[in-house]
Design a protein around this ligand. Structure first.
Ligand SMILES: NC(=O)c1ccc[n+]([C@@H]2O[C@H](COP(=O)([O-])OP(=O)(O)OC[C@H]3O[C@@H](n4cnc5c(N)ncnc54)[C@H](OP(=O)(O)O)[C@@H]3O)[C@@H](O)[C@H]2O)c1
Length: 192
């Protein structure tokens, strides 16, 4: 049994990931979010739901303790969130982190809106964690799974990615984390 916690479980991509993971008998899901009423999934009966704020260190550490994988699906002050997450994972000995950032964070000049995404990635990369950072292109709600990845240092490709594709990749990383350890991947729909 793999213990997986989703931080920001009411988010758009998290919703799709939850729908995939609740069907797996070998995953025990903890959904961490500020307000449980914002969960939009039909069936979360098998999940543990924890109300909390990633920026409140004690709440985060308590929730992260005992997990095998932390998947962060967050928006807001991402640098402060990343710092808290790394600290909480270091303190509790949890190693595997999946963190959604954004396309464009290594562009020069860096768009001001992307600064928090870049800073969060920098914090995570300088940690000792077994992280996977994802840099998706713009989301669509198209019902398809079609994606490719680029590695850090390669030119990012494409302009869009379906939410379902990104969620499928995240579920795959959760299933086989060792394949994606210390990777920082662009994600896009091929030829988009
Ligand atoms: N939209 C795009 O095309 C696109 C493209 C590339 C990357 N991205 C980025 O990809 C990431 C995931 O996207 P998404 O659409 O799934 O994001 P989203 O729907 O905005 O979800 C982010 C979640 O973070 C939660 N959150 C914010 N502050 C929190 C805190 N202090 N403690 C706990 N939870 C907190 C929010 O919960 P509340 O319900 O409590 O507010 C929300 O559910 C985001 O960073 C997004 O900016 C988006």
């Amino acid at each position: 049994m793999q213990n997986v916690i989703i931080l920001g479980a009411s988010g758009n991509i998290a919703k799709h990931v939850i729908d995939i993971l609740v069907k797996k008998d070998d995953v025990h899901l903890t959904l961490f979010l500020r307000n449980a009423r914002r969960l939009r999934n039909k069936d979360v009966s098998k999940c543990r739901i924890v109300e909390g704020d990633v920026l409140i260190y004690t709440q985060l550490t308590e929730a992260v303790e005992g997990q095998d994988v932390v998947y962060a699906n967050l928006s807001g002050d991402l640098e402060a969130m990343a710092k808290n997450i790394v600290k909480a994972m270091d303190e509790t000995g949890v190693k595997k982190l999946i963190f959604i950032s954004s396309i464009g964070i290594y562009n020069v000049p860096l768009k001001p809106v992307l600064k928090p995404y870049r800073k969060a990635a920098d914090v995570i990369e300088t940690s000792g964690l077994e992280y996977t950072i994802l840099r998706p292109t713009w989301f669509t709600s198209v019902d398809e799974v079609d994606y490719e990845t680029t590695r850090k240092g390669e030119t990012e490709k494409g302009s869009v990615i379906s939410q379902k594709s990104l969620a499928t990749l995240i579920a795959k990383i959760i299933e086989t984390p060792e394949q994606y350890t210390r990777e920082n991947l662009g994600v896009n729909k091929p030829n988009s």
